[in-house]
Structure formats: structure tokens, C-alpha cells
Design a protein around this ligand. Structure first.
Ligand SMILES: [Zn+2]
Ligand SMILES: [Zn+2]
Length: 695
């Protein structure tokens, strides 16, 4: 029946004599439900004869009506007066309770049920159990599954519902057993299994099952596989994800949900260009698609592109949701440019601005951008600060070398809110401000110390050259844990700063034995080691280590990016970047700065070079085209004698850039602030850096 017919049916119903037949009443109620004429149904029910009210069809449709109308009380009233309750009635009650978000009540009713549940009732019961998922639900669900008669095992809908339930109970094994028993597996069954694996974070199993599946994937499977590949990021996952991407039928390309998951996957594969290509294919771009693209830019170290999309969202008359704002704040934190931070902050709608998680990420943003004052202002606005609020504020103090303030806040925060992150933040703050006694007393108070907490303490000790104590902590840790390369790297970094070449060599040799497969750590370790020899004047040994590294470990290193703000615009430079329209001028300026530095006695330190030199490169040309150096040169083009330069770098500043920046600050009497992943370097015009060369 269509709408018009429902109206006609209701007219007919009204014209009926005083006691219409039950089937007419049934049709009348159905028409009322469809036309949302709720009051009329209540009137009809009141006029029904006891015999009609006893008709199971009438009873069931009335229950359905009350449930749809969220009138649980009347549904229960009607259900309780029914003498012979059928499976259909139970299933109707169950469905109604689930859609009214009362799945616990399904369990109550089921326990009182005195007839054998049929497959439809069990399907609904399993669905309720998976929603409740507490011990009681687990018992009821599993017991009913166990007692199921053999012929029920032919029912795909029932078994799929049971698989969903078992997966929600994190009982993967039983779900797999059941899955194997299903003879005619369809695409929905496969989809349920993969969804269950995803919920249990068993992404490898999603891919295994996908490879075994003899059916063509549908949209749902596509999204699940792309998602699993994006989570795993290993070679096999990348291969499967890409292969599916090139095989999916063309009509998938018009599905926004599929394309959004493709973009997310490609961004996590660091394939920005292809991700952008798929984004362009989305005809009706929604806020979710934008947020995935923007998040992808943040992951791939392109916060400027992320920020630029805000205008595009607004041009398309879309309203950015809270996810988008959090991503934008994240982009600002990456960029750490005060003006951009303020620009985004001013646009956040006020109801959102008052939400705690937004305020928490704003504290983090200001802390990273070096504005403790603004971070404090937000902190004071937070109603009932939580663990994240405190950690964000403590970390802001730490990043800006305000160790004492960090400790004070840590001491004043409610004890029960302290967690691993707080411990790491406060220890890090102690470490950067060289507050050893405080670090020790906090460290000793921590009930359970994990790898990261201990590494932070080792960092604190190594910065103060207390290597014996640092090594004791490692020994203690390794008694009950596998060795951690992060701990060794931390000591090595301290040993480099104190130019202890014997200790450094010992540690690096040990790393080669302990972590033969951790190439990234070994590369960083080897760079530190060659730095030490170089700083001791043993350039031959430094060069040997460097060449060895290139030969044994390859040359894959992350390229650095720097951002700087000139006349209100944020400009981005990558290492060896030739993309800027003024690049020739910039390189000439960088060379000019280098020549001046050399006149002041500066020598390039080749130990910081991590790749083999190509034919047209020299040590000088490579080091002076590091992204920070290009950013500084750009300032000198814009202004003859800049007095203030702010730069954000996505990696650790290399020692050569650190040394040249100190000199530049001194020679040109310029204040330079460089924020790298580790800390904020404040270079003063007296030629020193606030990190006291611990970086
Ligand atoms: Zn550098
Ligand atoms: Zn520094």
C-alpha cells in the first residue's frame, strides 16, 4: 500500500459498522502506524472487544506500535496480559526493547520465556546480548547458542547474528568455529567475520580471510580491507590494499564511504598524491571526507595544506564538525606559528570551545607554539580538569623549560588523575630543566614504571652525564624485559654531548648486537657516533663511520621540513628545496651567510650528513641547504637585518644547523627561536642556546 492507499484504508475503516472484523481492525491499525496517527490507535484499542484484544495478530501489531512510539509501559502492559505468548510476540518485544536502547530487559524477558525460542527470537536475543556484553549477557548468549538444535545451523541469519555476538564478547575462537560450520557462506557472513576481527583489532586476520574469500568484495568488505591495510602498514598490507584499490569496480568510485577509506589508507601509506587524486573523484564531498584528507595532511607533515582546507569547507557551505576543529588545532600545533594558532582559535564556535577535549588540545597547541601564557589562560578556563588537561599543561611547561612550574602543577594535581602520560611529561620537564633531585623523587614514587617512563629518567641522567646510574636502570629493566633501543639511543645522545667516544662506541656496538633489524635506530646511533669523533677532531674516523653506515644500512632518512612566518605568511621549506619561486636568491643568500660564518672561524661538520654525496654536491652545499638554513636565508632576503626569526622543524635539528644558528644569532644580533620535535631552542644574540647544547 502507498500513502494514498493507507488513507483510503483508514476511511474505509471509519465507515465500518460498529463491530468490524479483526482483519479490518488489523489493517486499520497498520494504516494508523504508517500515517503516524498515534492517538487514533489508542482510541481504537480502548474500543476493542475482549475477543479481538485476544487475537495474537492484533496483540503483536499493537506491541509494535507502542514500541515504535517509545511507549514501553503500554507495550509491557499489553504483553503481560497475553496468555499464549508466541515466538513472534517475543521477537517483537525484543526488537522493540533493543530499538529503545533497553537490551538488558530482553535478557529479563528471555529468562522468563516458557516456550522454545525459534531462530528469529534467538537472532534478536543474540543481538541484545552483544549490546549488553556483560557477564550475564555472555552466559545467556553462549548457553543458548550451545543448546541450539542441529537444524538451526542451516540458518545463515541466525549464525551471522551469533558470530557478531561472539566477536563482541572478544571470543574470536568460538566465532571462527561457528564460521567454519556455515556451509553456504555469503558476502554478509564474510563481512560479519571481518567486522568482528576489526573490532578485536585483529587486522591481519581481516586480510587472511579476504584472501581466502571466493566471492567478489562488496562495498562493506572494501572498506574493512582498506581500513585493515591502513592500520597494519606492513608490506603485505600495503600490497593487498593497493591491489584491491586497482581491482575494485568503477561504480565503487561513486561511493563516498569507500573513497574516504581509500584516502585514509593512502595517507597512512604516505602516498599523498594518490590520496589527493581520489579525493578529487568524490562528487559530493562531505565533512567526513574533508576530515580524513586533513588528518592525512597532518600525518604527512603538511599542516599548511590542512589549514588551507578550512576555507574550502566553508565555500562548499559545509559546517566543520568537532573532528575537523581538533584536526585544525593539531595542524596549528605542528606549525607552531602564533598567528595561525590565533586565527584558528578565533573561528572555533563557542559551544565547542567550552568542551574539555577542545580546550585540552588548545593547551597543547599553545605549549608547542611557545606561548605558555596562552596555554595557562585556557587551562584556567577548564572546568574540572582531567588527566589529559594536566598532562597537556605540564608538558607545555616542560617544552618551554619551566621545570619548576611543571613540578608544582604535578604536585597539586589530584593523585588519582596521575597516569603514565603525566609521569612522562613531568619527568621530561625535569630532564629539560636539569632538575635531578625532583626527577628522582618523582620517579621513585611511580608505582608502575613502563619502558617510556624509564627512558625519560635515563634521558634525565644522561643529560647530566650520570651514565653509570643510567646504565644501572637499563640493567634493572632488562632483568624482566627485552632490551629497548630507545634507552640505548638516549644514553648515546648524552654521551655524544659529553664527547665520550669510548662509552659511545661501546653502546653503539651493543646496539648492533641487540637490535640488528632496527635500521632506523642504528642509523641514528651511527650518526651520533660519527658526530663524537668529528667533534673530537678525528675526522677520518667520523668519515669511516659515516661511509660504513651508508654501506650497511642504506641511506633512507626522513627529509626535514621547516616552516617560518614572514610578513604574516607561513612559508614551507624542505631540505634541498627548489620549489620556492625565489629559490635561486635563497640559495645565494644561504651561501653568503656560510661565507660570512667561515670568516668567523666556522667549519662544516660532515658527520651530520646521512646520505652519500652526489656528483654535484659538496659537504657545504648539502649542509647549507638544510631546511632551517633555507628558512633563515629567506628572512635575510625579506629583511636586511632581521631581529627576530621563528622556525618550526619537523625533525631534530642537526648539530651543524644548531651551531650555525648560534653563530648567526650572534653575528647579526638576531633572536632566533627554533622548535623541533624535541624542544624549543631559544638562540640569543650572545651566541648561546637555551638548550645548553643538549638536544
Ligand atoms: Zn641541519
Ligand atoms: Zn638548542
Amino acid at each position: 500500500m502507498d500513502n494514498k492507499q493507507y488513507k483510503e484504508a483508514l476511511n474505509l475503516f471509519d465507515k465500518q459498522s460498529k463491530s468490524p472484523r479483526d482483519v479490518i481492525i488489523y489493517m486499520g491499525i497498520k494504516a494508523c502506524i504508517h500515517l503516524k496517527e498515534y492517538q487514533r490507535i489508542i482510541d481504537i484499542e480502548q474500543k476493542l472487544s475482549p475477543a479481538t484484544l485476544n487475537n495474537p495478530y492484533i496483540q503483536t501489531i499493537l506491541i509494535q506500535f507502542y514500541m515504535q512510539n517509545h511507549d514501553i509501559k503500554n507495550a509491557y502492559r499489553l504483553f503481560s496480559i497475553i496468555n499464549n505468548k508466541s515466538n513472534h510476540m517475543y521477537a517483537t518485544m525484543f526488537k522493540g526493547l533493543i530499538s529503545n536502547k533497553m537490551p538488558e530487559n530482553v535478557l529479563d524477558l528471555y529468562e522468563k520465556m516458557n516456550i522454545k525460542a525459534n531462530p528469529a527470537t534467538l537472532t534478536t536475543l543474540f543481538s541484545a546480548c552483544s549490546k549488553v556484553a556483560n557477564d550475564r549477557a555472555k552466559n545467556i548468549g553462549k548457553e543458548s547458542l550451545h543448546k541450539m538444535p542441529n537444524d538451526y545451523y542451516n540458518n545463515n541469519i541466525l549464525l551471522t547474528s551469533a558470530i557478531n555476538m561472539l566477536m563482541k564478547f572478544n571470543d574470536i575462537q568460538s566465532a571462527e568455529k561457528l564460521f567454519k560450520m556455515i556451509q553456504n557462506k555469503d558476502i554478509i557472513t564474510y563481512g560479519s567475520m571481518m567486522k568482528g576481527y576489526t573490532e578485536n583489532k585483529e587486522y591481519d586476520k581481516v586480510l587472511d580471510l579476504f584472501e581466502q574469500m571466493p566471492l567478489k568484495p562488496d562495498h562493506i568488505i572494501g572498506v574493512l580491507v582498506f581500513n585493515a591495510s591502513a592500520q597494519l602498514l606492513h608490506d603485505r598490507a600495503k600490497q593487498i590494499g593497493r591491489q584491491l584499490l586497482y581491482q575494485i569496480p568503477k561504480h565503487f568510485h561513486s561511493d563516498t564511504v569507500v573513497l574516504t577509506s581509500v584516502i585514509d589508507m593512502l595517507m597512512k601509506f604516505n602516498d599523498v598524491t594518490t590520496a589527493e587524486h581520489y579525493f578529487k573523484m568524490i562528487k559530493k564531498k562531505d565533512v567526513v571526507a574533508y576530515s580524513v584528507l586533513m588528518n592525512g595532511y597532518n600525518i604527512n607533515n603538511e599542516p599548511l595544506k590542512c589549514l588551507q582546507l578550512l576555507d574550502e569547507i566553508k565555500q562548499h557551505n559545509l559546517i566543520p564538525d568537532e573532528v575537523v576543529w581538533i584536526i585544525l588545532i593539531g595542524a596549528c600545533a605542528q606549525l607552531s606559528m602564533l598567528s595561525k594558532c590565533q586565527l584558528i582559535l578565533d573561528q572555533i564556535p563557542s559551544p565547542l570551545f567550552n568542551k574539555k577535549y577542545v580546550q585540552n588540545s588548545l593547551i597543547h597547541m599553545w605549549g608547542k607554539a611557545g606561548s605558555v601564557e596562552n596555554a595557562q589562560k585556557i587551562f584556567q578556563l577548564v572546568d574540572n580538569p582531567d588527566a589529559i588537561t594536566y598532562s597537556a599543561m605540564i608538558n607545555s611547561y616542560g617544552l618551554n623549560r619551566m621545570g619548576l612550574e611543571a613540578i608544582e602543577l604535578y604536585r597539586n594535581m589530584p593523585y588519582h588523575l596521575r597516569d603514565e602520560v603525566t609521569y612522562i611529561c613531568v619527568l621530561n620537564a625535569c630532564s629539560h630543566s636539569a632538575l635531578l633531585d625532583d626527577a628522582y623523587s618523582i620517579f621513585n614514587e611511580i608505582p608502575q614504571k613502563n619502558e617510556q617512563i624509564i627512558t625519560t629518567m635515563i634521558d634525565c641522567l644522561s643529560r647530566l652525564y650520570l651514565f653509570d646510574e643510567a646504565q644501572k636502570l637499563i640493567e634493572e629493566y632488562e632483568k624482566s624485559n627485552p632490551p629497548s633501543s630507545a634507552m640505548y639511543m638516549t644514553i648515546l645522545s648524552g654521551a655524544r654531548n659529553s664527547r665520550q667516544h669510548i662509552l659511545s662506541k661501546q653502546i653503539y656496538d651493543r646496539m648492533k648486537i641487540l637490535f640488528p633489524n632496527q635500521k632506523d635506530s642504528l642509523i641514528s646511533g651511527s650518526i651520533l657516533l660519527s658526530n663524537i669523533y668529528s667533534s673530537l677532531g678525528d675526522h677520518q674516523e667520523a668519515e669511516n663511520i659515516r661511509l660504513n653506515r651508508i654501506e650497511q644500512l642504506g641511506t633512507k632518512v626522513k627529509s626535514g621540513t621547516s616552516w617560518t612566518e614572514v610578513n604574516g605568511d607561513v612559508v614551507e621549506f624542505k631540505a634541498n628545496d627548489h620549489s620556492h619561486p625565489q629559490y635561486k636568491q635563497i640559495y645565494a643568500q644561504s651561501k653568503h651567510i656560510s661565507d660570512t660564518l667561515i670568516k668567523y672561524g666556522y667549519k662544516y661538520d660532515p658527520s651530520w650528513i646521512s646520505c652519500p654525496l652526489s656528483k654535484d654536491e659538496t659537504i657545504e652545499s648539502v649542509l647549507s641547504s638544510h631546511s632551517e638554513r633555507l628558512a633563515i636565508a629567506y628572512h635575510f632576503i625579506q629583511q636586511k637585518e632581521p631581529s627576530f626569526i621563528q622556525i618550526t622543524n619537523n625533525l631534530h635539528m642537526c648539530g651543524d644547523c644548531h651551531r650555525t644558528t648560534k653563530l648567526i644569532a650572534k653575528i647579526w644580533q638576531c633572536e632566533i627561536i627554533v622548535r623541533d620535535t624535541n624542544c624549543i631552542h631559544h638562540f640569543s644574540s650572545d651566541g648561546t642556546c637555551s638548550c645548553q647544547d643538549h638536544f
